[in-house]
Ligand binder design. Sequence first.
Ligand SMILES: [Zn+2]
Ligand SMILES: [Zn+2]
Length: 445
Amino acid sequence: MRKSVFTGLVAGVATLSFASLVLQAADTAAQARAISAAAAADYTANLKGLFEHLHANPELSFQEKQTSARIVQELRAIPGVEVTSGVGRYGVVGVIRNGKGPVVMLRADMDGLPVTERNGLPYASKAKAVGPDGQETGVMHACGHDVHMTSLVGATRQLVAMKAEWRGTVIVIFQPAEEILGGAAAMLIDGLYTRFPKPDVVLGLHVASHIEPGKFQVHERIVNSSSDGVDIFVRGIGGHGAAPHTTIDPVVVASELVMALQTLVSRSIDPLEPGVVTVGVIQAGTKRNIISEEARLELTVRADNRETRDALIAGIQRIANGVARTHGVPEDRMPVVMMRETTPPNINHAESARALRNALARSYGESRLSAVPRQGMGAEDFAYYGSPEWGSIPTVFFSVGGSVADDLRKAPPHHSPLFIIRPEPAVRGGVEGYTTAALTFLGRP
Ligand SMILES: [Zn+2]
Ligand SMILES: [Zn+2]
């Protein structure tokens, strides 16, 4: 029993005696109690107000101008944090240097969603904005990114206050545009790993409406699926609706294509590997008696590993061409398949994830760890921070619960106009989670 409790500590510090491990465990518990008490006090004094402000004033992806300004103001008020704004457009980076030791990066995301809030909260958003399609829309923090920002401000304050207890460098990043899977890449391309100390580990946190309030969830490997936006332009030969024999009708080709794509997951990939191909948009035509020239399909493709992803993408191209040929589409008008936004699968570094899980259990007790299984095949652009293109840096993405529902399955889902979380346990848990996560990988004085 004892051994498993200490597994995380033992990794990498094999020379420590059992007695010193017991001392460290007692230290860890005392340290965790101090973190919890400080998180509770900070929530009442500052973080509740910050959360409600951020919740009431959400901004769309890559429009996070006011949010970014507020975060800069919060970080500048904490002594010893070097603050840089405008990294990857509205991204904010804070660096806390505290001697030689590991470099630990903590990430929060900042954007809201084009959703009109309908949950009746007193601090519900009334914000409106013009989306990338030129349409005005309501805006809402319907994914809980306000919880992440608030928690990371709180954790930054704690880590600065606890400087005597750790050595190394902490980098806190506030990332724009997660919801369109563009902000992580924007910050990396803008020099996140070259203008600032390169991290040894990157840690990200997400609140979850289907996890018990204040509980943590750390998966050992896969956390989020890959996501690819794929557009298919089906090209036919237009004409009069009353003379279909003189045309090749792209509406008919596209309709058959939608059905044919359903066989990809069921027939082309390993049944033990999950995959999703969803056609979310199908558009064609201008008038009932005109056969159009083109139909457009917009798909999202999800997978848990690169092989399945590649097989699905290749299958889409193959089936699109095959269906087009069946209908006599000329070779020079084969469907055009275009890749849109894409993000790799978000896979935790197993050893680091185990270390974090054990540290959270040691600090706050096993009862604070949730056993709720992973839900659906959502994507996260946090995956970029650990991707091979950017140096395969170990990453851990974990969750904190904020459910308002007694029956967790009935909690309003993320991205819904009814999305709601319990801010106090979520933010206090978020502060504890980020702070303990950083301390797990930082050096000791
Ligand atoms: Zn989201
Ligand atoms: Zn999110």
